[in-house]
Design a binder for this molecule. Structure first.
Ligand SMILES: [Zn+2]
Length: 374
């Protein structure tokens, strides 16, 4: 069985948590969470412990693991699987290979305590140094792949330079033509993905060997159950899911953006949303968005986006007014002019910074019939 299982459907990630429950997240969040972890920092923490001056590492190693679970695991369900299932799996494999399958030895009780978040029991130094080395290798590999993923994302989502007039899909096409790393990475990582078609019942994935939840003749009870079926990709390589999601996001033209304050990737909810919701470094009470909302930059972005939207909506409303004129004689001279007057006033408010883009868009991005009141 593989550690990770994810489906991507219509901009949603369907995931299995470390405890085996099905959850959903917005597509793109798996990539963002993977990029948000400072893998090099965790690599350094492991290396310092196993090769530094610390004489007894069994306890600090356990504390490090618990901190890692809390800090990484809270970012995304796949990272929680990584921390709580895969890293523990590494230790169990070492135990089987190098030690013994006898679960009464202190080493097995140590792993058991780590798994359950309990205080660890004292063990010899050999095992902690072995698993710290193995984890360090994983973090080091993730640091390298993280750098490559950022290059790919930048190529697809860079809208600041000369490619700003291209669509996400067009930039993705160019990235696939130009990037030398992409073919190597995709060949290696896609080879680790296996397709599974799985049923779930009341939000829980059905294992084929499960005893039947509802007897097939009990149709009334079956009707109470929520059954769904999805195509999942399973893998032991978290980074393969990240690359696959990147391909899916880009191919479907789904937006991602670098925050104009902290520079990290996030999922924007509108064309004018240029700051993320992360807490600001050094001021955790505030988010980038709160800090950025009042800036000149955000006002300019709002004003530009509002002007573009106004132009588009005005064109289609004016054309519609002309078309409806034979049926509604006043529609162009009265209804359209009134609407245009109001819309321009709102546009001025956006320019002055008293109205945000999202409120403006919600007020004017409607069908011509709604706007003209016919
Ligand atoms: Zn930010």
């Amino acid at each position: 069985m593989s550690w990770y299982r994810m489906a991507l459907e219509n901009g949603t990630e369907l995931l299995e948590t470390w405890e085996g429950n099905r959850v959903e997240r917005k597509a793109g969040l798996c990539i963002i969470a993977f990029l948000d972890v400072d893998w090099a920092y965790w690599e350094q923490q492991c290396d310092e412990l196993r090769s530094g001056n610390t004489k007894k590492v069994w306890k600090p190693a356990a504390l490090l693991y618990q901190r890692l679970c809390n800090e990484i695991g809270s970012l995304h369900p796949v990272l929680e699987v990584f921390a709580r299932n895969q890293l523990i799996g590494d230790i169990k494999n070492l135990l089987m290979e190098r030690f013994t399958a006898d679960t009464n030895i202190p080493e097995w009780r140590y792993v058991d305590a780590l798994e359950k978040g309990q205080p660890p029991v004292k063990i010899q130094e050999e095992l902690p140094r072995l698993f710290l080395r193995q984890w360090s290798g994983r973090f080091s590999a993730f640091t390298a792949i993280q750098k490559k993923i950022v290059v790919l994302l930048d190529a697809v989502y860079d809208n600041t330079e000369k490619r700003k007039d291209l669509s996400v899909l067009q930039r993705y096409y160019l990235m696939r033509q130009e990037n030398r790393e992409y073919p190597i990475m995709s060949r290696q990582l896609y080879a680790t993905l296996k397709t599974q078609f799985r049923l779930s019942i009341d939000g829980k994935l059905c294992e084929d060997e499960d005893p039947c939840v509802v007897a097939s003749f009990d149709w009334a009870r079956l009707a109470e159950k929520n059954i769904s079926a999805h195509t999942y990709q399973t893998t032991d390589h978290l980074e393969a899911l990240v690359l696959w999601e990147l391909d899916d996001m880009a191919a479907n033209g789904r937006p991602m953006r670098r925050c104009d304050y902290c520079g990290r990737y996030f999922l924007p909810y509108s064309v004018a949303n240029c700051y993320c919701d992360r807490p600001v470094d050094g001021n955790p009470e505030k988010t980038c968005k709160e800090v950025g909302a009042a800036t000149k930059h955000q006002k300019e972005v709002n004003a530009d986006a509002a002007k573009n939207l106004y132009r588009k909506v005005n064109n289609r409303t004016q054309q519609a007014a002309k078309r409806y004129e034979s049926k509604h004689p006043d529609v162009r001279k009265v209804n359209y002019r009134n609407w245009q007057y109001e819309a321009r006033q709102l546009l001025e408010q956006v320019g002055a910074g008293t109205l945000d883009y999202e409120t403006f868009a919600a007020a004017i991005d409607k069908t011509p019939k709604e706007l003209l009141g016919i």
